[in-house]
Write a protein that binds this ligand. Sequence first.
Ligand code: FMN
Length: 183
Amino acid sequence: MRVLVFYATVEGQTRKIAETIARQAEKDGNEVIVTDANQMGFVGAGTYDATIMCAPVHMHRYSSPFVHFAHEWKDALNSRPSAFVSVSLAIASNNAEERQEAEEIASELLQSTGWEPRTVHHCAGALKYTEYDFFKRWMMKRINSKEGGPTDTSKDYEMTDWSELEGFVTQFLADAKNQMKAA
Ligand SMILES: Cc1cc2nc3c(=O)[nH]c(=O)nc-3n(C[C@H](O)[C@H](O)[C@H](O)COP(=O)(O)O)c2cc1C
């Protein structure tokens, strides 16, 4: 299958997630194109057999270029198998309300754009204290100390479960291939 992996990122973790998805999809025998939401001149989702869209939550929302793409290409996306990988830290929280909020942010995106992916995979991102500027580091430490997350700002914390992500990709693409054969 021809697979599009489309992603947005601010701090780079979702790019790493998109690259892992692409590697796994290739390992599973697919032809894969990876595209950044900020890349100019991209023509769209219409020519791919399946699409995996990945975006991080920042300040309770996804970036505008990503939302715009989902809205603009919803008909093409809805006409074939697509999946949404939502990247956040709240999904890794011990607090059920926080996890629920991460799920609601994803549901709201789908409602507002009309995009209907076959599946939504919630993926924990990373806390990159050493790469943040002073204000971001202060804010992220404050949020994490309230929620019982890591607060040692001399380190970075990668929460992403890579083997769960790879398993998700293999399953989604196997289902997509079966649907194509059955159609
Ligand atoms: C300024 C900032 C705001 C964030 N806001 C949220 C948020 O509202 N909810 C959440 O679950 N995670 C939030 N995060 C965590 C990010 O989703 C996480 O760090 C993710 O790995 C970022 O992906 P990226 O590196 O691709 O940008 C925030 C992170 C930063 C740096």
